[in-house]
Unconditional design. Structure first.
Length: 540
């Protein structure tokens, strides 16, 4: 049992690191000013219905209107959603990585996997989930069930990302420590990670007896071996919570927040602090007190494992997490052999390139290639988890000639992804060494959250070379300085560009002066951008 949770609070920022065997396998950051909204329940108002997309925009009080697909609309008084083996298709194509749940990786979309009608649970996401394995009623055209101005009770399934608003669902799911209550879905599921048939049967019998008519329950992995009294207490708490949400629905005017999910520290305790975690270390007294109260209420057996960090250096620095965080922000990640991977994010996908770097190899090229690719596999999966990269991912392995080599690397990738709690879909390695895969995404990845576009290059990752700027200047000088009334020309530019004009490009500058038959002066301004320049002319 080498797993640990580290919770650090600095000002208005909370960070949580999940370490397993000394390696950081999960890193989460939340700031009070931009706290995520996944799992929150709102009373919203429909502001626009899009029949062409079978979706609607809903105002829930966020900066941008949120998005609601027709299959995620709960129809009051309609036929209840019931358990079944085949989920209905989305009204519009789902985001890469599978249909969205209102929460992400902690509790995966519940989906039937075997004859015993099991559902997924997943353990490690710090959000609630509204996904279920229940079959929803066939969707009618959206104009038949929604209209502008209509009020709807919805839960956020995905945080806003980039220019996209939040994604909503009407099928609310309220996660507790042991069970997930689905008040609008008639479904019972047991985590597929609980493998013992007798235990599965015991928990399923409890769930069937405990759930109110018309509601559903997912029994989470942590329930294995638990006394049903603790499960019933968790269930009772969630039923009271749902009742409070309904009461607020009657009183509040849309748009209104009806229920806010727990903050990051408490979500970490709820979803990650299990019997397999040796200890939880927190470096802030107020956060420690909040975690201790929550633990004593919902998991008193684990309260003794909570510690306050008493070192002089912050807990993240003392446990080496800051080094991992710095690596997670780098574009290039080095491997022990001297090879490296490069991670580039674009608007549509994330590209990961594997390179041999300084590694000179073994007996032949194929052996060298396979070794670097196999070494890159666990690091790629580690970075996917650490950075929380989702959506479409393209991995460019070093080309391998033999099919058996490609199969070996592909098998290693599948094995490494088994430890990833986020749902993935991986295609086989192509003859060009490319792997296409998707990974479930519910929030901005870590790098996007912690960084912003460079104000100097405006996010391009490059600037025009000084030589290119010099010749742009020459063309502008010719355009403005060739007029007969011009007496002299002055060029304002960055000092580095000015140095180049007076050094390597001095001959071209003199030729320009001769051609125009008038003086051309250069003045360096330190506050100019390296690409910025201005050509001024004095006239007679």
């Amino acid at each position: 049992m080498s797993s640990e949770l580290l919770v650090s609070r600095t000002g208005a920022e909370t960070r949580v690191a999940h370490q397993d065997g000394g390696q950081v396998v999960g890193l989460y950051v939340e700031r009070d000013a931009d706290r995520g909204v996944v799992g929150n329940v709102y009373k919203g108002r429909v502001v626009r219905v899009l029949p062409g997309m079978q979706a609607a925009f809903v105002d829930v009080g966020l900066d941008r209107a949120a998005f609601l697909y027709v299959n995620d609309v709960f129809v009051e008084g309609g036929p209840p959603a019931t358990s079944g083996r085949d989920a209905l298709p989305e009204a519009a194509p789902p985001p890469p990585g599978g249909p969205a749940a209102a929460g992400g990786e902690d509790i995966e979309d519940a989906e039937d996997e075997d004859e015993d009608d099991t559902v997924a649970d997943g353990e490690g996401v710090l959000t609630s989930s509204a996904g279920t394995g229940a079959t929803r009623p066939p969707a009618r055209p959206i104009l038949e069930i929604l209209s502008e101005g209509q009020e709807v009770l919805v839960q956020v399934a995905k945080d806003p990302m980039g220019t996209k608003g939040a994604r909503l669902t009407g099928y609310v799911a309220l996660p507790g420590r042991y069970v997930v209550l689905m008040p609008r879905v008639e479904h019972v599921g047991v985590s597929r990670k609980i493998e013992d048939p007798a235990e599965r049967g015991r928990l399923r019998s409890f769930a069937e007896a405990a759930r109110p008519p018309g509601m559903g329950i997912i029994v989470r992995t942590v329930c294995e071996g638990m006394d049903t009294a603790a499960l019933q207490a968790d269930m009772d708490y969630l039923l009271r919570l749902w009742s409070a949400i309904q009461e607020r629905w009657q009183k509040e005017r849309a748009p209104a927040l009806l229920h806010r999910d727990l903050d990051l520290a408490l979500r970490a305790v709820r979803d990650l602090f299990t019997e397999n975690v040796r200890r939880l270390v927190v470096d802030d007294e107020r956060t420690h007190a909040s975690i201790l109260r929550f633990t004593q209420d919902f998991m008193p057996a684990l309260a003794a494992r909570i510690e306050v960090h008493d070192g002089r250096s912050p807990v993240f620095e003392a446990r080496g997490v800051e080094v991992e965080l710095a690596r997670a922000l780098n574009r290039r990640v080095w491997l022990k052999s001297g090879g490296y991977i490069v991670i580039d994010r674009t608007e549509a996908l994330t590209a990961i390139d594997v390179n041999s770097g300084k590694y000179v190899g073994g007996r032949n090229l194929e052996e060298t290639t396979v070794r670097v690719n196999l070494e890159a596999v666990p690091e790629i999966v580690h970075q996917l988890r650490l950075r929380d990269i989702g959506g479409i991912i393209i991995i460019d392995f070093i080309d391998m000639d033999r099919p058996e080599s490609r199969d070996k690397v592909y098998g290693a990738l599948l094995d490494a992804l088994k430890a990833d709690r986020a749902r993935t879909n991986v295609l086989r390695i192509s003859e060009f060494g490319l792997v296409e895969m998707t990974r479930k995404r519910v929030r901005e990845d870590l790098v996007k959250y912690l960084t912003e576009a460079c104000r100097y290059c405006e996010g391009r990752g490059f600037t025009r070379s000084r030589t290119t700027v010099c010749y742009d200047i020459f063309r502008e000088v010719v355009r403005k300085g060739a007029r007969e009334e011009v007496r002299e020309v002055e060029v304002l530019c960055h000092p580095d560009v000015a140095d180049l004009l007076y050094d390597q490009e001095r001959r071209s500058l003199e030729e320009l002066r001769t051609r125009l038959r008038r003086p051309v002066h250069v003045r360096a301004l330190a506050y100019y951008h390296v690409e910025q320049f201005e050509v001024r002319v004095s006239v007679t």
